[in-house]
Ligand binder design. Structure first.
Ligand SMILES: [Zn+2]
Length: 387
């Protein structure tokens, strides 16, 4: 039967199955909370009309036609059956005509978070449409014309495009911000940090720099987006952005600005760490033995910590000067685990004891004068901090 498979916005147009579940007794209540539309009336009309047509075919000669017996009542009920069939045809055509809009809107519903105001409006519009189509199918009075229904759906689609465009522009970098991001790839601070990362003492700490690079790479970008791109399909074909699946909560442009600030901080921190280590007794002793090669180190120490450039040959000279120092990396998670060991909340003294014990255990087998501790964070932690 044609009507069984008729679907509208992911719901069967005919409610027979809902009814049957209730009659079966296994399922309590009717599944549909809206209007009902049963196929039985149309099926009866179809059977009656088919029977009449078959009957009429027997009278295939004028002679036989003289024997045709058809009462006025038979004719009226045949005509009303024909009306029911015509209405069923109109129903199928109505459903076909709104289908491209409802298919779009159903996918759009999956794209926006459930708490978005548009999602509520869409759920309400869906209920209204399905109920209205079922009333139309029953031949109930007061059904609105098809253009009124498609007008509502078109407005809902336009609202979606506006909402999606707003979210897209917030969560995804456009052309201008992408230029800024590309500018950061060539930033002198980043080039200086790449050079500093070749110094053994800092090289053990490059997780932080790798995390920064990963964070800036992972900001989604879509240079082509405009509203017209989501006119025929609700997901941007260029970047496939789906707001309901978004991991981060800050606007992409402010994540980029945070990472720019973060680069300034990291760069200054690395320079400060190098300065303090190059001024240590161990480094001074090394520098005293390298009268020819120490010039870049002296230039570095004379410079400011926010200078984005490094003296030529600095990384090699610093590596030599810092050879007596060993970097000992500590995982941030291990520090936290050590502080938590024994239970929280705890007293100030307990907290200090746990930390001291952790440092003692970490330093076992290492000479404190020649050891420099450094923290390592996972890329995920660095990404979370950027959001
Ligand atoms: Zn896009």
């Amino acid at each position: 039967m044609m009507s069984r498979g008729l679907q509208l916005w992911n719901e069967p147009v005919f409610t027979d199955n809902f009814q049957m579940e209730a009659e079966g007794g296994a399922v309590v209540g009717i599944v549909s909370d809206g209007e009902l539309l049963l196929t039985t009336e149309i099926n009866a009309a179809l059977r009656q009309y088919k029977g009449m047509l078959e009957e009429l075919q027997k009278y295939n000669t004028p002679g036989k036609l003289r024997n045709l017996k058809m009462s006025q009542g038979d004719a009226i009920s045949a005509l009303s059956a024909r009306d029911a069939i015509a209405r069923a045809e109109d129903l199928v055509s109505l459903v076909r005509n709104v289908q491209s809009l409802t298919t779009y809107l159903a996918e759009a519903q999956g794209n926006l978070p459930p708490h978005h105001p548009w999602s509520n409006a869409a759920a309400a519009a869906r209920r209204t449409l399905i109920d209205e189509v079922r009333r139309f199918g029953r031949g109930a009075a007061g059904a609105r014309p098809e253009t009124a229904m498609t007008g509502d759906l078109q407005r809902l689609k336009n609202d979606y495009i506006a909402a999606y465009a707003t979210l897209h522009r917030e969560a995804v970098l456009g052309a201008g911000d992408d230029e800024r991001r590309r500018g950061l790839y060539d930033d002198p601070r980043l080039k200086a940090m790449d050079a500093m990362a070749t110094i053994d003492l800092l090289g053990k700490n490059t997780g932080e720099l790798d995390g920064w690079k990963e964070a800036i790479r992972s900001i989604p970008t879509c240079r082509e987006f405009h509203e017209g791109l989501v006119a025929s399909s609700p997901t941007c074909p260029s970047c496939h952005y789906r707001p309901s699946q978004r991991q981060t909560s800050s606007p992409a442009a402010s994540i980029l600005a945070n990472l720019d600030d973060r680069l300034t901080t990291l760069h200054a921190n690395w320079r400060r760490a190098l300065r303090s280590n190059l001024e240590s007794d161990a480094a001074r002793a090394s520098l005293a033995n390298m009268p020819m090669e120490r010039a870049p180190v002296d230039a570095f120490l004379a410079g400011s910590d926010d200078d984005p450039t490094l003296p030529a040959g600095f990384a090699n000279a610093a590596t030599t000067a810092l050879r007596g120092l060993e970097a000992l990396p500590i995982q941030v998670a291990d520090v936290v685990a050590a502080l938590e060991n024994g239970g929280l909340p705890c007293t100030v003294d307990e907290f200090k004891d746990r930390f001291d014990e952790f440092v003692r255990a970490t330093m076992r087998g290492h000479d404190p004068r020649g050891t420099r501790l450094t923290l390592e964070r996972s890329v995920a932690q660095i990404l979370a901090a950027a959001d």
